[in-house]
Design a protein around this ligand. Structure first.
Ligand SMILES: Nc1ncnc2c1ncn2[C@@H]1O[C@H](COP(=O)(O)OP(=O)(O)OP(=O)(O)O)[C@@H](O)[C@H]1O
Length: 481
């Protein structure tokens, strides 16, 4: 279970954390001195640490350095009082994850801690090559024995231990992030941090500052200096997803970073030196983008030094069966359903399907089919229902009829939730997106236009809200992975 260690000598703060993380999904450990913090970190191996910079027995920065020396991969969130944010900014230069200022705002706290858990997971959950390595109990496994995946394993093996920039190409859902993590975890930088940034998820100005940081006053609203990911992750590995979506300005800055590991923060003149390994990924055709002058040729050449191409699922032949067996076992266990496998007509159907959403779509389809199945095997009918090609035997949230707000609110109140506002906003967002995407028959360009958001932002929302676009459009109630 995800473990959070909170280090604070104020009992009211510890109390607030106990309230926010009373969830049985988390384990909460606490410490009130630096010495206790270091001892507890060694003992409970937390996934995330929250540290007050004012402790009675040592300065926060010293404690931060001691915790970081023990494990540089555990994200540390600092809590600062008024007027101590400089200290926190200094700590972020040395790799702290983020900082929060007292008084703590609970939604913001939850948000930052959730992000830190996600980042921690990317570093700590092993990404193993199933064909070549033993599989630990908790791991994300790269499955596949066909020639396409064999090439991928060989490429990971060849490039992981070097510091070379890697470009991972493949359609959405083919495993680019998983491969990036496998490279990082098999690299010399495996004990150092790994930060993932999705270029398409963030508007241009924010992306520049997210990657490179900004000086105080760099633009309206920049009331504090900010350290960017390339500086914060020095010594580590940055995974830059959707590089094809970067603006010309950011492309130029990334090019310089690759050439000499230097950059300037936005609005600053100081040249910052860093030491990051870059793993980039895209589902766009970069070569074509360079021909259309939408992507810099020189950057393309720099990124294209070592390229790994992930084959689309429809070209992986018998690997579809292996992936299916792996995920059916896993989801049946998670969903506590007695499903053991697929009927022959089910397997045939999976082989014939085109899988535009690749492994991610296969995951959601299997998860749904397991929920629809009534026996120990998944039939073609269950899969057809999951793929939306025939009516589902149970209603799929949001895909038919109107959303029942009365039922939703009553049911969540009865469940005793304390975050109904956030849940309702998410449900509303999901409903709107589903309806617009159904209206555009899955066309994301048109949907983004109607919604008045960028394509990148739509793509991210689709992923975050677990909306699947196959022959039909549906939303999963929880994450497939
Ligand atoms: N070969 C594989 N074996 C097992 N699971 C896989 C494989 N490839 C991908 N997955 C799983 O499929 C899901 C999607 O993979 P991932 O997020 O790495 O795809 P992606 O190519 O980065 O997608 P996107 O372009 O949409 O960001 C994840 O849950 C991942 O663990």
């Amino acid at each position: 279970m995800p473990t959070i260690l909170v280090v604070d000598d104020e009992s009211s703060i510890l109390h607030a954390f106990r309230r926010v993380f009373a969830d049985p999904m988390y384990v909460l450990a606490t410490a009130s001195t630096a010495a206790e913090a270091v001892e507890a970190a060694g003992r409970v191996k937390p996934d995330v640490i929250v540290l007050d910079v004012h402790l009675s027995d040592a300065t926060g920065l010293q404690t931060f350095h001691r915790l970081r020396a023990a494990d540089a991969r555990t994200p540390v969130i600092l809590i600062t009082g008024h007027g101590t944010s400089d200290l926190a900014i200094e700590a972020i230069k040395h790799g702290a994850f983020d900082y929060l200022t007292k008084p703590l705002e609970l939604p913001q706290l939850r948000d930052v801690v959730d992000q830190a858990f996600k980042t921690s997971r990317l570093m700590h959950v092993p990404a193993v090559l199933g064909e070549l390595e033993p599989i630990p109990d908790v791991a994300d496994v790269l499955i596949g024995r066909g020639p396409g995946m064999q090439e991928v394993y060989k490429a990971i093996g060849r490039v992981a231990s070097t510091d070379a920039t890697v470009l991972i190409l493949g359609e959405t859902g083919t495993g680019k992030e998983l491969v990036a993590r496998a490279i990082y975890q098999h690299s010399r930088r495996a004990e150092k941090p790994f930060l993932a940034i999705n270029s398409a998820a963030i508007p241009e100005q924010l992306l520049e500052s997210e990657l490179f940081g900004h000086e105080k006053g760099a633009y309206t609203g920049a009331d504090r200096k900010r350290i960017g990911k390339f500086e914060q992750c020095s010594g580590g590995t940055v995974f830059l997803d959707e590089v094809g979506d970067m603006s010309p300005l950011i492309q130029a800055k990334v090019l310089r970073l690759l050439q000499d590991q230097t950059f300037e923060r936005v609005g600053g003149s100081e040249t910052v030196r860093t030491d990051v390994r870059l793993i980039a990924a895209t589902n766009a055709n970069l070569e074509q983008l360079t021909e259309q002058d939408q992507f810099r040729k020189d950057l393309y050449f720099r990124l294209n030094v070592f390229t790994i191409r992930l084959p689309p699922l429809r070209e992986r032949g018998a690997d579809v069966d292996l992936l299916t067996d792996h995920y059916v076992r896993r989801f049946a266990r998670e969903l506590q359903k007695p499903v053991q496998g697929l009927a022959p007509d089910g397997r045939e159907l999976l082989q014939r399907h085109a899988w535009p959403g690749n492994v991610r779509e296969l995951q959601s389809t299997l998860k749904k089919a397991i929920l629809y199945s009534r026996g120990s095997v998944i039939t073609a009918q269950d899969l057809n229902a999951a793929l939306g090609t025939v009516a589902a035997p149970v209603p799929v949230a949001g895909s038919t009829g109107g959303f029942d707000w009365d039922h939703f609110v009553q049911q969540r109140i009865a469940a005793g939730v304390e975050s109904l506002y956030a849940e309702a906003v998410t449900a509303m967002e999901r409903e709107v997106l589903l309806r617009v995407l159904q209206h555009t028959h899955g066309n994301q360009v048109q949907a983004a236009r109607i919604l008045g958001i960028t394509r990148g932002s739509l793509r991210n929302k689709i992923r975050a809200l677990n909306i699947s676009i196959g022959r039909s459009i549906w939303a999963d109630d929880d994450q497939a992975d």
